[in-house]
Design a protein around this ligand. Structure first.
Ligand SMILES: Cc1cc2nc3c(=O)[nH]c(=O)nc-3n(C[C@H](O)[C@H](O)[C@H](O)COP(=O)(O)O)c2cc1C
Length: 326
């Protein structure tokens, strides 16, 4: 069947859905191009939005692009087409991270993930304390299966191992704050109240408090060396942390883990869970290695995902969709 041509409004909605994905420090390091002849949407890296100090190899850019790719797949299906995606499709164009070809209308076939489309607009990072209630085992199992379906593993560690992961993350957080280049890079992307709107960066209001007990090392984007411990509602004492990991650590694995991450986050949102990410230890190679227990020594952690019941989190800004189109 020949695909219907895509009008400008549909294209804008598709790109808006893609860019609602998470990206490190909300840099939105992607650009899109529609190839009309084949109805293919291309996702390109935007090097001007990379983080050279904190993400020198572009791993986080690929993870974000993978998350955007997952949203784009959902959105294409939402409009009734079948998305056919490829990751790193052209070795001669390394900046082309993925493509989604829009193929035939799928004639009302029920898409198993259709219910996730609406969650694209509801998911926000929530860096606020969660309640003590833990997510049901059945829901966590669904998240594990979702990650598996995208080619990644999602571990649900025991409390002693979670405590160890948090100690390693705290060490990474401390190092980042003391590293002048990284701290400057992160600080520049904090949006202070009343600042000129650029559509990029993390609003100070979305940063949330720091854990007064220093158990949950939430990222301090302002990278203050000594954090004033504001009295806050305590963070959950036994957090639910899932570890997303892949068997290899190539560019395809980074993009794959981004797709798995977004699938997990949207499914968690659909189940009424809030989430935030703890990525600090991924940014220090020695600490990243320490995150994996002996039985998984030959696999690569890509993200720590904190899950629980709490505030939905505030929406971080995005640039207007059409500005991402080349
Ligand atoms: C690779 C990557 C790393 C991230 N690292 C962190 C982190 O360490 N701490 C955090 O709170 N959020 C982290 N985030 C989430 C972003 O800050 C967040 O997605 C962005 O600010 C946009 O906000 P939203 O998730 O509410 O849409 C990360 C996201 C990605 C894709």
């Amino acid at each position: 069947m020949v695909s219907a041509p895509m009008d400008a409004t549909t294209l804008e909605t598709l790109v808006s859905a893609a860019v609602a994905a998470p990206s490190m420090h909300n840099t939105q390091p992607w650009r899109f191009r529609l190839v009309p002849a084949t109805l293919t949407l291309e996702i390109h890296a935007a090097p001007e939005h990379s983080l050279p100090a904190e993400d020198p190899h572009g791993r986080a850019v690929h993870v974000a692009a993978g998350a955007a790719l997952f949203n784009l797949r959902l959105a294409v299906a939402h409009f009734g087409w079948t998305p056919v995606h490829r990751v790193l499709p052209d070795p001669d164009r390394p900046g082309l991270l993925a493509t989604v070809r829009v193929t035939s209308l799928h004639a009302r076939r029920i898409q198993p993930q259709a219910h996730l489309y609406e969650r694209i607009w509801r998911r926000h990072s929530s860096r606020f304390p969660f309640s003590a209630k833990t997510p049901p085992t059945a829901v966590l199992r669904e998240l594990v299966e979702a990650a598996h379906g995208e080619g990644a593993a999602l571990d649900l560690p025991s409390t002693p191992r979670i405590n160890r992961l948090l100690r390693i993350t705290a060490e990474a957080e401390q190092r980042t704050r003391l590293d002048a280049a990284r701290a400057t890079e992160s600080r520049r992307l904090v949006i202070q109240p009343g600042a000129r709107a650029t559509g990029i960066g993390v609003p100070a209001s979305a940063m949330g408090p720091q854990d007064a007990f220093e158990h949950l090392p939430m990222r301090d984007f302002a990278a203050r060396r000594y954090v004033a411990q504001l009295p806050s509602r305590p963070f959950e004492s036994v957090p639910t942390i899932a570890v997303l990991r892949t068997a290899h650590d190539r560019r395809t694995d980074w993009i794959r883990s981004g797709q798995a991450l977004q699938h997990v986050l949207l499914l968690a949102t659909a189940h009424g869970l809030s989430s935030s990410l703890l990525h600090q230890a991924m940014e220090w190679p020695d600490l990243r290695t320490e995150l994996c227990p002996a039985e998984h020594a030959r696999s690569y952690p890509q993200m720590l995902i904190r899950l629980g019941y709490g505030p939905e989190g505030a929406a971080a800004p995005r640039m207007p969709a059409m500005r991402f189109l080349r």
